[in-house]
Design a protein around this ligand. Structure first.
Ligand code: SF4
Length: 92
């Protein structure tokens, strides 16, 4: 894997890391069943993350996704929904 997957957009405005985009250094994607979820999502009443919106996917536990490679994401970028779900998740 030669690139790190960017979070192109995130619509979960209730997340402490969301400031017009993802400010986390890197997120972990997990979840169960038919949806893949952002495991970094948190609703604490605090400002979290970096001053810039350059969030990346650090790890992904959804091995069955077509974009998963060695528990990392090989997609060029992903989008996160307003329910903290990975919209690029696709079962092999
Ligand atoms: S596209 Fe697939 S591999 Fe990439 S973060 Fe989403 S669920 Fe994980």
């Amino acid at each position: 894997m030669s690139t790190i997957t960017s979070i192109e957009s995130c619509a979960t405005s209730t997340c402490a890391f969301n400031h017009d985009g993802c400010t986390a250094f890197a997120i972990t994607v997990n979840g169960q069943g038919p949806k893949a979820s952002c495991g970094t999502f948190v609703t604490l009443d605090a400002r979290a993350g970096l001053p810039t919106t350059n969030g990346k996917v650090g790890a992904c536990k959804r091995l069955e996704c077509v974009h998963n490679s060695d528990l990392m994401c090989a997609a060029e970028s992903i989008e996160i929904s307003d329910k903290a779900e990975c919209l690029s998740y696709e079962i092999r």
